[in-house]
Design a protein around this ligand. Structure first.
Ligand code: AMP
Length: 398
């Protein structure tokens, strides 16, 4: 069974084509600058890479381009798009309507549409990607896999904000959490690598990339997570401020005449480690600057590590223990110094890093005899989407 996975952003669209028999990637690509001029790159094992400017005025034209590339005689991997059994779409916000992946029909589309006010930057391009696939691929089944779904198992004490309760009832203001597909994937993979049943494990998963979230996973279920109503809450990120005193917003508005839109933009795009350092949102740049003596770059690194460590402590307390700590995503997978910084000081809760193992890619990196384990696991959200999609289509065929 061949599954096409689509992750549509406002001006970009990532795709991967899976052969589910051995869960291999047949091809992957990235369409960028959609709505501007258009650029596409595709790689496929055993085929020449493709990299070219292609006009892409909208997402439908991007889907047409990827259809052409996947079936092109020299660089393509398909005889025709009819070889594809289903398309899986990443959808950022499923609100409270979805606690798992679903096949897309009119009711699902309406429910995703209803979530647009909760994710005004993300859900609209996801919907456009789905519409474009429907227009071009016709009756091929399509599935939606939600970033929020994995966190729907959180108990109400973890997702309710201490605001008037009717804000939740009438305006749906609550913690939703994000990166769910990634937290789910690394949790399952950790159980495999530890050779223990997921149902018995208390895990803390740290997805640390440009966006960062930490999740408490008890018995395979998300019980708390650091991102909230939006992906702005939690630890400071590349350019996002993470949790701050909410009164700062009123103070900036009334005492310093800032508009809400300006404050919102500053909190999302000019804050986080970029805001603290004034150097960059990228931890490679921050490491280089800090090594060169830049004090604010060092401070940004310290604040990030300190906040992630605080969440780890909080979630261990919330679950009454932690069997394993997992690092994933750009920083979690690649930045051994950051892993060491965060893990330093966690001895008290039985987590002891082995510095010699800390350079590894997908394995246990805790020391022999450490009561709790520490792991690095490369995330693979696309594979979860493909698996869910294949399972949904398979259950329809049975
Ligand atoms: P992501 O959003 O998952 O792509 O993660 C982006 C972050 O990962 C940036 O802060 C990068 O500094 C970091 N990152 C990505 N690749 C590497 C690498 N090879 N070495 C160190 N950091 C990396």
């Amino acid at each position: 069974m061949k599954i096409l996975v689509i992750n549509a952003g406002s001006s970009s669209l990532k795709y991967q084509l899976f052969d589910m028999e051995h869960e291999t990637v047949l091809a992957k690509g990235l369409c960028e600058r959609i709505g501007l001029d258009g650029h596409v790159r595709q790689t496929a094992p055993g085929r020449p890479d493709y990299d070219a400017e292609r006009p892409m005025p909208d997402h439908e034209s991007a889907i047409r381009v990827l259809t052409e590339l996947l079936t092109a005689p020299e660089i393509g991997v398909l005889g025709g798009m009819n070889e594809i059994s289903a398309v899986g779409h990443r959808v950022v916000h499923g609100g409270e309507a979805f606690n798992g992946s679903v096949l897309i029909d009119e009711k699902v589309l309406a429910a995703v549409e209803e979530c647009v006010p909760l994710a005004p930057l993300h859900n609209p391009p996801n919907l456009v990607g789905i519409a474009a696939c429907r227009a071009i691929l016709g009756d091929v089944p399509q599935a939606a896999v939600f970033d929020t779904a994995f966190h729907q198992t959180m108990p109400d004490k973890a997702f309710i904000y201490a605001l008037p309760y009717e804000y939740y009832e009438t305006m749906k203001i609550r913690r939703y959490g994000f990166h769910g597909t990634s937290h789910l994937y690394v949790s399952r993979r950790a159980a495999e690598l530890l050779d223990r049943p997921l149902e018995e494990l208390k895990l803390i998963t740290c997805h640390m990339g440009n966006g960062t979230s930490v999740t408490a996973v008890d018995g395979g279920r998300s019980v708390d997570t650091s991102m909230g109503f939006t992906p702005l809450e939690g630890v400071p990120m590349g350019t996002r401020c993470g949790s701050i005193d909410p009164a700062i917003i009123e103070y900036l508005a009334t005492q310093h005449g800032m508009e809400i839109a300006e404050i919102n933009s500053a909190m999302n795009k000019k804050s986080g480690v970029l805001g603290i350092s004034g150097v960059s949102s990228d931890f490679r740049d921050l490491d280089a600057a800090a090594d060169g003596g830049n004090r604010r770059a060092q401070l940004a690194i310290d604040v990030f590590a300190y906040d992630v460590r605080k969440y780890i402590g909080a979630y261990a307390a919330a679950m009454g223990g932690c069997d394993a700590l997992i690092f994933t995503a750009g920083i979690g997978e690649n930045n051994a110094r950051m892993r060491a910084r965060i893990a330093a000081g966690l001895d008290f809760m039985g987590l002891r890093l082995d510095p010699a193992r800390n350079g590894a890619r997908e394995t246990v990196i805790s020391a022999d005899g450490s009561p709790g384990q520490i792991l690095v696991i490369p995330t693979n959200e696309e594979l979860v989407i493909a698996r869910d999609c294949a399972a949904l289509v398979g259950s329809c065929l049975r």
